[in-house]
Design a binder for this molecule. Structure first.
Ligand SMILES: *Cc1c(COP(=O)(O)O)cnc(C)c1O
Length: 454
């Protein structure tokens, strides 16, 4: 009899009780993080004004498994474990022998994977006695997730939201306010970085890099305030490994191991969290043929076209220097709708794995991603975030290759969230107003010129 099970459920007791840290298992150590002033490796004390010490320790930890505090597990239990689905309807529509699975993170209260780290970060700040956090947000996914996390642990939150999104996405702002946070458009008059930009260009649409400068400056200016980042950093990817750890168990329940894993990358956190527990098997030599594909937009082609170099995480150059593929910290993104994928840099862990040839990267055009998102909605039902549509596009391409070759490959898609607050983007697509955008070559060269020298 054909097995038609399409949802794989774990029980609450199967939520991982530890996160998996890849650092001790990397075949070569991750390049060091450098101090922006001295160019020397940063010390935990350098980072203490920004983050609680437990998160700083996680950032550099040599421990393979890190306990998830019971208080964090209790919050995870509101929506975890998330379900692994088999996409039978999509497979049928594509007429492919491929088996497509997707791990769906859109059932969290904020609608994406981001609460997995937001809750942990709020918890560690609370534990250290911090009263207030400053952060940035692009499309509003991160700001709303952290607003929820801060509400659970009684912390005040100020969010600097990329100006163009603040104006285009009032509902994400209202979610933040509902959970008790304050949200201002960036550039704002509240910080020097914001005021300097407003003086130069009063109509500046803002960027993630600029909003980070504002939030970091805010945190450095007050003793009761820390900064929080929703992607890129090692501790963020660590917290997101709940996705991959659960998926591994669920793939076992399905009697499968993926041939290909596909996810979208903005700063690299959702896909990092998915791929890290699997790339471990590839590093160990157990799964040499496993393919892991990172998908980014052609309008922000960090991994596929950026140089691999030390750069700042923000426009003003306040953050430590990270070795990453980068489009330059001065990057002002073109107005594509996948707001969460418009960051100039990328998680150092993802960059390192790419450099070592353990994972691959590809870029896709915006129109093709929406076309794929519509196919997914009309088969599997879920209206996906524009970011996720990038991964869906490549999943469909790989499944169609299987139709050509007749191979029944197993594909695992990291589905990062729903698109219920992105319907304006769907409207643009459906009314034919959306266009493709290729990042110009001279901009890549400009980025190289803007890299810090030391
Ligand atoms: C923020 C976001 C992303 C991109 O961020 P990563 O850190 O690369 O995961 C992708 N999908 C959704 C739904 C998001 O909200």
């Amino acid at each position: 009899m054909k097995d038609n099970t399409s949802m794989f459920f774990l029980e609450q007791k199967d939520i991982p009780s530890t996160w998996y840290n890849i650092l001790p298992d990397l075949p070569e150590p991750l390049p060091e993080v450098l101090h922006p002033g001295t160019g020397k490796p940063v010390t935990p004390d350098d980072l203490a004004p920004l983050f609680p010490m437990e998160l700083i320790m996680q950032e550099f930890s040599p421990e393979r498994f890190i306990e998830i505090p019971e208080e964090v597990q209790a919050v995870y239990r509101i929506w975890r474990p998330t379900v692994l689905h088999r996409a039978f309807a999509l497979e049928k529509a594509l007429d492919t022998p491929a088996k497509i699975f997707y791990k769906y993170e859109g059932t969290s209260p904020a609608g994406s994977h981001k609460p997995n780290t937001a809750v942990a970060q709020a918890y560690y700040n609370k534990k250290e006695g911090i009263k207030r956090i400053a952060t940035e947000t692009g499309a509003g996914q991160w700001g709303s997730s952290l607003a929820m996390g801060c509400a659970f642990f009684g912390i005040e939150l100020k969010v600097y939201m990329v100006g163009i999104s603040y104006r285009q996405k009032p509902y994400r702002r209202l979610m933040m306010e509902t959970w008790g946070a304050t949200c201002v458009p960036s550039p704002s008059p509240d910080t020097k970085a914001g005021r300097d930009m407003l003086a130069k260009d009063p109509d500046c649409p803002g960027s993630l890099g600029l909003a980070i400068s504002e939030a970091v400056e805010d945190a450095l200016s007050r003793d009761d305030t820390h900064y929080s980042l929703g992607s890129v950093l090692n501790h963020v990817l660590l917290h997101q490994t709940v996705i991959g750890l659960e998926s591994k168990k669920q793939m076992e329940m399905a009697g499968e191991y993926p041939d290909i894993i596909i996810g979208c990358v903005g700063g690299g956190s959702n896909f990092g969290g998915m791929l890290i527990p699997f790339v471990k098997d590839k590093i160990a030599g157990d799964k040499p043929d496993l393919r892991i594909i990172c998908v980014e937009p052609t309008s922000c082609p960090t991994l596929t076209r950026g140089p691999y170099a030390y750069d700042f995480g923000d426009v003003a150059g306040l953050t430590p220097l990270l070795k990453m593929y980068t489009l330059g910290h001065g990057f002002m993104p073109p107005p594509v709708h996948a707001g969460g994928l418009r960051y100039h840099g990328m998680a150092p862990i993802i960059c390192h794995l790419l450099k070592l040839g353990l994972i691959e990267a590809t870029a896709v055009h915006q129109l093709a991603t929406f076309e794929a998102g519509i196919t997914f909605a009309r088969t599997e039902g879920i209206i996906s975030a524009p970011e996720t549509n990038h991964a869906i596009r490549v999943t469909i391409e790989e499944a169609l290759k299987c139709r050509q070759s007749g191979e029944a490959k197993t594909i695992l898609l990291a589905h990062s969230g729903h698109g219920h607050f992105d319907m304006a983007a769907y409207e643009s697509y459906l009314s034919g107003k959306l266009t493709d955008y290729e990042y110009p070559e001279e901009k890549v060269r400009e980025a190289l010129d803007s890299l810090p020298r030391f």
